[in-house]
Design a protein around this ligand. Structure first.
Ligand SMILES: Nc1ncnc2c1ncn2[C@@H]1O[C@H](COP(=O)(O)OP(=O)(O)O)[C@@H](O)[C@H]1O
Ligand SMILES: [Mg+2]
Length: 315
């Protein structure tokens, strides 16, 4: 797949502070990609540079092969974005707002407006004034507006702020549809891992302006995860019996006796059969804990939260 967006060494200094520090990564066509990081990490500043709302100190952003600085118009033509709150006229209807906005966009006709209204599910209320809209409805109107000119890259800064779980699910469905059926590259930012896990194919974890890691999450990570090597601690009443039961058992790379139990090196897919083996050998299992830290634990640790160390799968 071709890259829709490329960041190379993207850096922003404000005064003496490096707010975005040398970010380099690519986002292919048709991917939902997340910027994940705590408040102040530099997500909004990165997005503002990507859409030309603030200057770039060094490095570059290219969108569909066009540099956002040197070929600003060609690059920006490809982009639909909601950064900060979308500007809406509250005393106009949703439809009037879209009409107003469409006047600035060549080639956007009434039919296109209606298609987008239908796509975001606002057909019933599009002729009501925006001041009567809920936050979720305003978000949907914002999304329709950002999509009017048929962008191939959609950028939404903290789009789930203020949405309830149903609203988040709906937004996710819209974003996935755009990515999967039209090859739109969608970039969303959030400080909440739980929301990013629901929406994204991959996330870039950003902290203090630096890229910590890019990780694949969601469905695509599922099969990778099954194969991932794990170390599992099993608390049992008879560690040496457990050792005998598991030594050489299918899927067990290594087993060793530790305080109050055994440690097993295996792969995630073998964990259920290891558990079953112990139960069948009449060994009482008090706890079975995967010791490799999940993305969530690592994220919490990176961002100063408390890692949930005891992730007990079976008790
Ligand atoms: N115009 C500005 N002047 C000074 N500092 C700024 C400005 N904009 C952002 N910052 C600082 O840059 C850092 C990153 O901010 P921001 O990009 O908004 O983070 P995020 O969106 O991840 O919460 C913060 O420390 C913020 O205070
Ligand atoms: Mg922000």
């Amino acid at each position: 797949m071709a890259n829709a967006v490329e960041l190379k060494g993207l850096t922003k200094r404000i005064g003496s502070k490096t707010v975005v520090d040398n970010l380099t990564f690519d986002i292919p066509e048709g991917e939902v990609f997340g910027f994940l990081g705590p408040n102040g990490a530099g997500k909004t500043t990165t997005i503002r540079m990507m859409v030309g709302l603030t200057s770039i100190t060094s490095g570059s952003v290219s969108i569909r092969g066009h540099d956002v600085v040197r070929e600003h118009e060609q690059a920006i033509r490809q982009v639909g974005a909601i950064v900060e709150n979308p500007e809406m006229y509250k005393y106009l209807t949703g439809y009037q707002n879209l009409k107003q906005y469409a006047r600035m966009l060549p080639g956007v006709n009434n039919r296109r407006i209606e298609e987008m209204v239908e796509f975001v599910g606002l057909s019933d209320s599009i002729h009501q004034r925006v001041k009567t809209y809920s936050l979720g409805m305003r978000q949907r109107l914002g999304l329709a507006q950002a999509l009017l000119h048929n962008p191939s890259v959609l950028i939404l800064d903290e789009p789930t702020n203020g949405l309830d779980p149903a609203g988040i699910r709906e937004l996710r469905d819209h974003l996935r549809t755009l990515a999967r059926t039209q090859g739109v590259s969608v970039i969303v930012s959030s400080h909440l891992l739980s929301e990013m896990e629901l929406m994204c194919d991959r996330v870039a974890i950003i902290q203090h302006g630096k890229l910590v890691n890019v990780e694949r999450i969601g469905d695509a990570a599922g099969s990778e995860r099954a194969q991932a090597p794990l170390k599992v601690f099993v608390e049992v009443d008879g560690p040496s019996q457990a050792y005998v039961a598991l030594n050489g058992f299918a899927g067990v790379e290594r087993v060793s006796v530790v305080d109050r139990g055994v440690e097993v090196e295996t792969r995630r897919e073998h964990v259920p059969s290891i558990h079953r083996r112990l139960v069948e050998a009449d060994i009482a299992v008090y706890e079975l804990r995967v010791m490799n830290r999940s993305l969530e634990d690592r994220f919490l640790e990176m961002t100063g939260g408390v890692p949930s160390d005891a992730r007990t799968s079976v008790e």
